[in-house]
Design a protein around this ligand. Structure first.
Ligand SMILES: NC(=O)c1ccc[n+]([C@@H]2O[C@H](COP(=O)([O-])OP(=O)(O)OC[C@H]3O[C@@H](n4cnc5c(N)ncnc54)[C@H](OP(=O)(O)O)[C@@H]3O)[C@@H](O)[C@H]2O)c1
Length: 302
């Protein structure tokens, strides 16, 4: 049996779907198991990544576990709890969803919590670091996935695109190796089932880097209409995030990451999807074609 945390989320739901389609026995963790929409045959278990006891109980009897934990600075420590729960429950193999840039000292530049100029991994670059360290020190079979920018992040543009208003962009012209969540999930599934991926840290990107404006152009081409973007400075975005109720440390971390991306820090393509799956990564265009209904396209590819 395989325990999937973050099971109703972007990557976890796809991991559950793919495991179930392969006939694997799956248990899905959710804060709201009754409301979780799962493929038939998938068990659900109540729990929360911040509540170690609930995760440990859900892991009872699992051979492998998919770990999704971090949503910001307040949760970075809870990643350690997920690993401790896996060990205590007798799980043999763990796969952690991390992020590209983890531990990159360049992410320290501009961090208000650090001394100016001191070479140091900034706050954003540490959000997954303690979890990764716990995974590597766990004594279990482990795989760490460090994806780049999810193709699905552009679903945040869907309402604006449907309404014909500009969607918001805080990444300027910074390019990223936009990766399809289905590829991330497929590698997670491979790593959960196959010890050949053990001890590997995969940095997962699509086949090319794209700026948000290039993504909007692809989207516009598939939808057959222009997709305008409104560029926000990182500082404007910070104000928005604070107004939306995010804490200062979270907003600062996201602004640091945005500046890093704007300055070309995430203009990175790797071969790791091909190495893990033996095929090329999906393109952003393929993702848009398969999700165009979300943007108001009902009549097929133009
Ligand atoms: N988006 C990107 O471009 C990107 C790139 C690289 C790495 N990542 C990493 O990917 C991870 C997120 O993965 P994801 O997008 O698949 O997850 P997600 O969809 O954001 O959330 C996963 C699940 O966590 C639970 N959850 C959400 N907010 C919560 C909260 N405030 N407190 C407690 N539980 C909450 C929800 O499950 P229930 O309601 O069912 O409990 C949700 O379905 C993060 O660690 C992030 O650093 C993201």
């Amino acid at each position: 049996m395989i325990l999937v945390t973050g099971a109703t989320g972007t990557i976890g739901s796809e991991v559950v779907r793919q495991l179930a389609a392969r006939g694997e026995k799956v248990r899905a963790l959710s804060r709201d198991p009754a409301g979780a929409q799962m493929p038939s045959g998938v068990e659900t278990a109540p729990g929360h990544h911040r509540d170690r006891a609930s995760v440990e109980a859900a892991m009872a009897g699992a051979e492998a576990a998919f770990l999704v934990g971090v949503f910001g600075p307040d949760d970075a420590e809870h990643d350690r709890g997920l690993v401790a729960a896996a060990r205590a429950a007798g799980v043999r193999r763990i796969v952690k969803l991390s992020a590209i840039g983890t531990g990159d000292p360049r992410l320290g530049a501009g961090d208000p919590q650090l001394d100016a100029g001191a070479p140091h991994v900034g706050a954003f670059g540490t959000w997954h670091l303690h979890g990764e360290e716990a995974v590597r020190a766990s004594g279990l079979e482990w795989t760490i996935l460090r994806p780049s920018n999810f193709a699905s992040n552009t679903l945040s543009w869907a309402q604006a695109v449907r309404e014909g208003t500009p969607a918001l962009n805080m990444m300027g012209a910074g390019k990223q190796g936009v990766v399809d969540p289905r590829d991330i999930a497929e590698i997670a599934v491979a790593a959960l089932l196959d010890p050949r991926h053990s001890g590997r840290t995969y940095t997962l990107t699509g086949p090319e880097t794209l700026s948000a404006h290039e993504q909007a152009a692809v989207l516009g081409e598939i939808l057959g209409r222009a997709v305008p973007l409104h560029d926000l400075s990182p500082e404007e975005r910070r104000e928005q995030l604070l107004a939306a109720g995010l804490g200062e440390a979270y907003a600062d971390g996201l602004v640091i990451a945005a500046r890093f991306i704007q300055n070309g820090g995430n203009d990175v393509v790797t071969e790791d999807v091909r190495e893990a799956l033996g095929r090329a990564p999906r393109t952003y265009r393929e993702w848009v074609v398969d999700h165009r209904e979300a943007f108001g396209e009902e009549f097929g590819v133009s």
